[in-house]
Ligand binder design. Structure first.
Ligand SMILES: [Fe+2]
Ligand SMILES: [Fe+2]
Length: 420
């Protein structure tokens, strides 16, 4: 059985950590009294004593537990075999979740012991899901992580011979342990109601809804849910209700959230943030994609009305969902107007790794062949394992992705169910 070799803390981030024998892990904070607690999602750092012994031998130094600024020095646990989302039972009560393995080279890490720094390479970072005491000698066990079921509820196409109805819109149903959530609601109450019933889910069964952006093909079904469940928690960007339009020639159409639904939302429970929001454990919004060096997923003639003026829509409300399970990260996209590659970089920055699986609308529909080839090349570099593009991906992009990436690309019509 693996165990805690040492518990270590320091009053300042720049100090080596001293062995304190025992301490208290606090949920959402870290090791009570330690300088690194409460600073970020990387609440607690772990390093194997085997790594310390090895580097002492290799470098001729005499580091001890805490010398490399880890909070918990473990013994008998292969930390680098852990995966994001794995959960660790520490002692009788405390439960940790792995949120980052090592540190990317771009993250600053200045701490070293006699010029040697191994935490970025061999350390593991966790957050505290459930608090409790921790002491040297306590057992530490890998529980494995959670899995989630993701069903494509609404898409432009439906599974052959299925009873799902299709429309130009998107909605995913997530089942996370006993909780059910939606990403987006499709374009209409009719389709959403029909397809939810096929999955034997009523609006009152839903725990929350995340909105990828304000476009009507993603928000038009929301009224059905709020009628049945007015306080249904909603998660979105603060600009999700801005009026949006599509201009073609002389004609301008409203394509934002329908006004009657905006009125319902105003009476409800809307959680908005420009930063990532955790909806239930393991399910996050990406937050606003601020850095966009790569092409965006723009639609011709998309406008937003702001301060009485019509402007090209900057799609600042566009976000995606990140699911962290025992199998790694999954990215669920609505329309990805911020650009798929920009969104992937945001995931890596905020969640420590690129997603293993990508599903949803990738808005490559307006991209030319060179643009699609650029995205494919980057996906190959990143090593995405499975892609389920649908909705606004576009036929040409889907064919190009499937041709280049082969068996890792799958259709994702309404009725598709993924276990991630
Ligand atoms: Fe959209
Ligand atoms: Fe869309």
């Amino acid at each position: 059985m693996a165990r805690i070799h040492s518990v270590n803390a320091s009053a300042r981030c720049s100090d080596p950590k001293a062995q304190i024998g025992s301490g208290c892990l606090q949920a959402g904070h870290g090791l009570v009294g330690d300088a690194h607690a409460g600073l970020s999602e990387r609440e607690v750092s772990l390093l194997g004593i085997e790594s310390v012994w090895r580097v002492n031998h290799e470098q001729g130094i005499n580091a001890g537990p805490g010398s490399f600024a880890e909070n918990l020095t473990t013994e008998g646990l292969d930390l680098l075999s852990l995966r994001l989302g794995d959960r660790l039972q520490v002692g009788e009560q405390a439960l940790l979740e792995v949120v980052q393995i090592g540190k990317p080279p771009s993250d600053s890490h200045t701490y070293n012991y006699q010029g040697v720094s191994i935490l970025p390479r061999e350390g593991v970072f966790c957050r505290v899901l459930r608090g409790g005491p921790v002491a040297a000698g306590d057992n530490i066990a890998v529980l494995g992580g959670r899995t989630m079921r993701v069903a494509c509820l609404i898409d432009n196409s439906v599974e052959p011979r299925s009873r799902y109805w299709g429309e130009h819109g998107l909605s995913f149903l997530l089942e996370v342990e006993s909780q059910r959530l939606l990403l987006d609601t499709g374009a209409s109450a009719t389709i959403l109601g029909h397809n939810l019933a096929l999955r034997q889910v009523s609006p009152r069964d839903l725990h929350a809804v995340a909105l990828s952006h304000g476009h009507r093909d993603h928000t038009g079904g929301l009224g059905l849910l709020l009628q049945a469940h007015p306080r249904l928690p909603l998660y979105a960007h603060p600009a999700v209700c801005e009026p949006r339009y599509s201009k073609r020639g002389d004609e301008t159409h409203e394509i934002g959230m329908p006004p009657e639904i905006i009125a319902q939302v105003a009476q409800g429970e809307l959680h908005t943030s420009r930063g990532p929001q955790e909806i239930v454990p393991g399910v996050w919004t990406t937050g606003e994609i601020v850095d966009r060096p790569e092409p965006e997923g723009r639609g011709a003639g998309h406008l937003v009305r702001r301060d009485g003026r019509m402007l090209p829509d900057p799609y600042i409300d566009d976000l995606s969902l990140v699911l962290r399970t025992e199998r790694g990260l999954t990215l669920l996209c609505g329309c990805c107007h911020a650009g798929l590659l920009n969104t992937l970089e945001q995931v890596r920055r905020n969640f420590g790794a690129y997603p293993r699986v990508i599903a949803g609308g990738t808005h490559l529909v307006g991209s030319d062949a060179a643009g699609i080839a650029h995205v494919i090349a980057r996906l190959q570099e990143i090593g995405v394992e499975a892609l389920y593009p649908n909705h606004c991906t576009g036929q040409a992009a889907y064919v190009a992705l499937a041709t280049a990436l082969g068996d890792s690309v799958h259709p994702c019509p309404a009725g598709t169910v993924l276990e991630v």
